[in-house]
Design a protein around this ligand. Structure first.
Ligand code: OXD
Ligand code: MN
Length: 603
C-alpha cells in the first residue's frame, strides 16, 4: 500500500518547538516507540509553520488550493469516501465498569481496549511524520480552560486544529513544567483509513483519547467532541460544572439591554445559523452576537447565575444550505482563511455546494473528485461537507468571547428537528421540568453521523453521542446543578421544523427566529404573556412580535403553536419508554415530571 501520509522534512526552525514538560516528553516518547514515525514535528502554531504545512499538504494532494483571488487562503480537502461523518457505533467510552459508561454509550474495558489499540498503532507511523499539537481550550485565564496535546500523522488534522483551537506554544507555556500538571493526551493515526479498523476511544479516568482509522473532523479533531464534550462532561460532573453541546449567543435590544442564551440542538439542526442570526429588517436596532456555535462550558458564579465560555476557537460547520440568504455572516466568514472538506469544486477554482446562492455551475467536480453537472444523480457536495473557519472571521463575534469569567446565561433552549408534535416554542415550568424536557427531547437524524437520515430519535440535551458517562448520572448532575443555582436560567424548547399536513415547513426560520428569541428574553424579564398548556407556557399570537411577517398566515401560526393531544399521547408514551429504557439510574424526579405532564392532559 502507498503510504497515505508520507513523512515531510521541515527546514531548520520549523517543527522544532519541543515543550519542556517532562511528562509530555515521556508520553510522546512512548507513542514514538510504539508507532515508529520517521520523524517528530513539534508544532508551535506560528504563521511560518502554517505556510510550510499548507505547501506540503498541497504538494501531497491533501489540499487543493481554491481560487486565491476569490477565496484567499482557502483550501479544499477531500476525505476518503468511506470516511465522511462521525461513527457513533465505533465510538467507545472505556471506563472500569460498563455501568459508568451507561446505557447510551458503547462501552469497552480499558485494559483490553488499550492493548487492541496499541496492536493497531504498532509501527503505524513508519515512513510518516508524527506531529505533536499543543492546544488550549477555553479563554486562557479561565479556570475552566484545558490543555491538550494531540499526536497525529495527518497534516489535515494539524491545519484544522490550528483553526479550531488556540494551538501552539501558548499551551506549553500555560502547562508549565510541573510533573503533575494536567493535560489531555490524544493520539490519532489515520492507519489505512479502513472502516474495519476505525475506533474513537475515550478513557475519561486517564484524560486520554485514542482515535484510529479515520480522517474525518468529528472523529479526529480530538479537541472537539472527544475532549470538549465526552471527556469534559465527565470532568464537569466530578468538578461541579456543565460541558454541553450548546451554542452561546448574545442578543441586544435597541434599548441596549443584552442577554446571553445557550441552546442545545442535535448535530446539523442549525446551531451555527442561530448563533449568527441576522435580524430581519423590521428588527432594526437589534443585534445578535456569537460566543460559540457548538459547545458551552458553564459554571455557577457568586451571584447564583450560570456563566458560559466557548472552549473552541473556530467553527466546524455544515456547508450545504449555507447562503447569503440563510446565513450571510457565515458566508462572509468563509470567504477567506477557511478549510473546506468534501464540497464541490467549480472549474474556476471556487467551492460549491447545494443551497449556495445563485445557479449551480454548468459543470464542475464533485466531492469525490468526479466530473459533475446539474444533471448528475449524485449531490455535488457531500451532505455533511464542512467548513473550518476561525471565529475571528465571524463579523458578529461577541466582544466578550475571550472573557475568562464567561457570560451570564439568561435562558437555555432545547430544540430538535420535528415535523410534527412539537410547537414552535414552549417554556418549561421550572428547572426540574426543563431537565425533563431536555432529557426527553428528540430529533430527526441528519447526515452528521453515519446511519439512516430522517428518523426520530431521542437525543437528551443533544448529548446522546457526546455524554462521556452514565446518562442517568448526567441527568442527576443537571438536577443537582439546578439546586445550586439561586438565579437559574429559564428553560425553553423550540422547533423551527414543524410541517403542514402537505409536508411544507410552517415557519420560515433563520432570521425570523429572532421573534421567538425576543419572546424568550421578554419572559426572562417577566414582561411577555403566554397561555398555560399541559406541556408548558406557549405564546399566544398576540404575545409574539409578528409585524411584517407576511409569509405566515394566522392558520399556520395556529398550527405552529398548537398542542395536539393525539400526537402528545404518542409523544409522552415515547418519552416514558425512553426513560424506562435507560435503566435504574434515571432520577425519579424525571418520572414525576412525566406523570405531571400526563395528568395535565387527562384533566
Ligand atoms: C458537529 C456535530 O460536527 O455535532 O458539531 O456532529
Ligand atoms: Mn456539534
Amino acid at each position: 500500500m502507498d503510504n497515505i501520509a508520507p513523512a515531510i522534512s521541515p527546514p531548520n526552525g520549523i517543527g522544532a518547538n519541543k515543550p519542556t514538560n517532562q511528562a509530555v516528553l515521556d508520553w510522546v516518547h512512548e507513542v514514538e516507540l510504539l508507532t515508529k514515525p520517521q520523524n517528530i514535528f513539534w508544532c508551535d502554531g506560528s504563521e511560518d509553520e502554517n505556510r510550510y504545512l499548507v505547501r506540503e499538504a498541497l504538494r501531497q494532494g491533501i489540499l487543493i488550493q481554491l481560487n486565491q483571488s476569490r477565496r484567499p487562503n482557502c483550501y479544499l480537502h477531500r476525505s476518503n469516501p468511506n470516511d465522511v461523518a462521525r461513527v457513533e457505533q465505533f465510538t467507545l467510552i472505556c471506563t472500569p465498569t460498563k455501568e459508568e459508561a451507561g446505557p447510551t454509550n458503547h462501552w469497552a474495558a480499558p485494559a483490553e481496549t488499550y492493548s487492541k489499540l496499541h496492536g493497531m498503532l504498532k509501527g503505524a507511523m513508519q515512513g510518516r511524520t508524527m506531529f505533536v499539537v499543543p492546544y488550549v481550550m477555553g479563554p486562557p485565564g479561565s479556570h475552566l480552560a484545558k490543555i491538550g496535546y494531540e499526536i497525529t500523522d495527518s497534516i489535515y488534522v494539524v491545519l484544522s486544529m490550528r483553526i479550531m483551537t488556540q494551538m501552539g506554544a501558548l499551551a506549553s507555556r500555560l502547562l508549565g513544567d510541573q510533573a503533575d500538571a494536567e493535560f489531555n493526551r490524544g493520539v490519532h493515526s489515520l492507519l489505512d483509513v479502513n472502516p474495519e479498523r476505525r475506533w474513537i476511544c475515550h478513557f475519561p479516568q486517564d484524560n486520554t483519547i485514542i482515535s484510529v482509522g479515520s480522517g474525518y473532523g468529528g472523529n479526529v479533531l480530538l479537541s472537539k467532541k472527544c475532549l470538549a464534550l465526552r471527556i469534559a462532561s465527565y470532568l464537569a460532573k466530578q468538578q461541579g460544572w456543565l460541558a454541553e453541546h450548546m451554542l452561546i449567543l448574545g442578543v441586544e435590544s435597541p434599548t441596549g439591554k443584552k442577554h446571553y442564551v445557550a441552546a442545545a440542538f442535535p448535530s446539523a439542526c442549525g446551531k451555527t445559523n442561530f448563533a449568527m442570526l441576522i435580524p430581519p429588517k423590521y428588527f432594526a436596532g437589534w443585534k445578535v452576537t456569537t460566543i460559540g456555535d457548538d459547545i458551552a462550558w458553564m459554571e455557577i458564579r457568586e451571584d447564583g447565575r450560570l456563566y458560559a465560555v466557548n472552549p473552541e476557537n473556530g467553527y466546524f460547520g455544515v456547508v450545504p444550505g449555507t447562503s447569503y440568504s440563510s446565513n450571510a455572516n457565515a458566508m462572509r466568514a468563509i470567504e477567506h482563511d477557511t478549510l473546506f472538506t468534501n464540497v464541490a469544486l467549480t472549474n474556476d477554482g471556487d467551492a460549491w455546494w447545494e443551497g449556495k446562492d445563485g445557479l449551480p455551475p454548468d459543470e464542475g467536480t464533485d466531492w469525490c473528485g468526479r466530473p459533475w453537472t446539474p444533471a448528475s444523480k449524485e449531490k455535488a457536495a457531500h451532505p455533511n461537507s464542512r467548513f473550518a473557519t476561525p471565529m475571528q472571521n465571524n463579523p458578529v463575534l461577541d466582544p466578550q468571547v475571550d472573557d475568562p469569567r464567561g457570560v451570564p446565561i439568561s435562558a437555555i433552549i432545547f430544540g430538535g428537528r420535528r415535523s410534527n408534535t412539537m410547537p414552535l416554542v414552549f417554556q418549561a415550568d421550572d428547572w426540574t421540568h426543563g431537565v425533563f424536557v431536555g432529557a426527553t427531547m428528540a430529533s430527526e437524524t441528519t447526515a452528521a453521523a453515519t446511519g439512516a437520515v430522517g428518523q426520530v430519535r431521542r437525543d437528551p440535551m443533544a448529548m446522546l453521542p457526546f455524554c462521556g458517562y452514565n446518562i442517568g448520572d448526567y441527568f442527576e448532575h443537571w438536577l443537582v446543578t439546578g439546586r445550586r443555582l439561586t438565579n437559574p436560567p429559564l428553560i425553553f424548547h423550540v422547533n423551527w421544523f414543524r410541517k403542514s399536513a402537505e409536508g411544507k415547513f410552517l415557519w420560515p426560520g433563520f432570521g425570523q427566529n429572532l421573534r421567538i428569541l425576543k419572546w424568550i428574553i421578554e419572559r426572562c424579564e417577566d414582561r411577555a404573556g403566554a397561555a398555560e398548556t399541559p406541556i408548558g407556557a406557549i405564546p399566544r399570537p398576540e404575545d409574539l412580535d409578528l409585524a411584517e411577517l407576511g409569509e405566515v398566515t394566522p392558520e399556520m401560526l395556529r398550527d405552529l403553536l398548537s398542542v395536539n393531544s393525539e400526537e402528545w399521547s404518542k409523544e409522552l408514551e415515547g418519552q416514558r419508554e425512553f426513560l424506562e429504557s435507560l435503566g435504574p439510574k434515571i432520577p425519579k424526579a424525571l418520572f414525576a415530571q412525566y406523570e405531571k405532564v400526563a395528568q395535565r392532559f387527562n384533566r
